[in-house]
Design a protein around this ligand. Sequence first.
Ligand code: FE2
Ligand code: FE2
Length: 254
Amino acid sequence: MNVVQPKTLSDLADEVDHRMEEELERVVTKSLLFNLGDGKVYYDSGATLAAKYPGKFMLMGDDPRLPKMPAKPTLLDYFRCRFASMNHLLQSATHALKAGLPEKTILACLLHDIAVAGFIRADHGYWGAQMIEPYVDEEVSWAVRAHQALRFFPDESVGYKYPEAYIKAFGADYKPEPYIYEAYKRAREHKWYMSARLICVNDIYSFDPNAKVSIDDFVDIVGRHFRQPEEGLGWDSSPSAHMWRTLMRPTRFL
Ligand SMILES: [Fe+2]
Ligand SMILES: [Fe+2]
């Protein structure tokens, strides 16, 4: 009788290596945006790639170099597998939690900079708001969008000063652009002004690397206030599902 020997750890490691090699035989393409970030107005056209890598397949799915996401990803899966850092978001949300603020405000603090942590820095309030808009209360996404402008303008009534960190980062003479002034003026008149202002109040500008924070403290709040799509975030047909899919598979050829 033939006895099938169990695979050794090294057999399994070889199989994984082989699968990775096969996956990387497919061409991982960088979009223009990644190259712009390196100061180059350039992208590899399909024809260039076909000439450079004859016979290879373009990557049309997961990038094997990135953490594997579940088939039906949730917001928390993106936090764990795609966001470069959760610390600032968790510290801000923890601050709001300890202050006893409403759950919607705590959620807004938890999500206020998700564009920075997981998508793009420029105009982060607008991108972040757009990403979450279909899944949260309108007031939450409105506040996330508006915080981008409000953080440049003090409000003594709630003890919010122009951040010292901005003087260091942008210089003492930095002036926000006109569209930010306009957005600030509009937000001041809005019924949800204070919801956005509270994001600024709880925005932790001096990050404490030793602060004990955990996403576990917010699982229930996210469960109650973030409408997780059944199909998985990115596979639903909301107006921002494509943004989450792009984050899931940022190097997909098309
Ligand atoms: Fe921000
Ligand atoms: Fe922030």
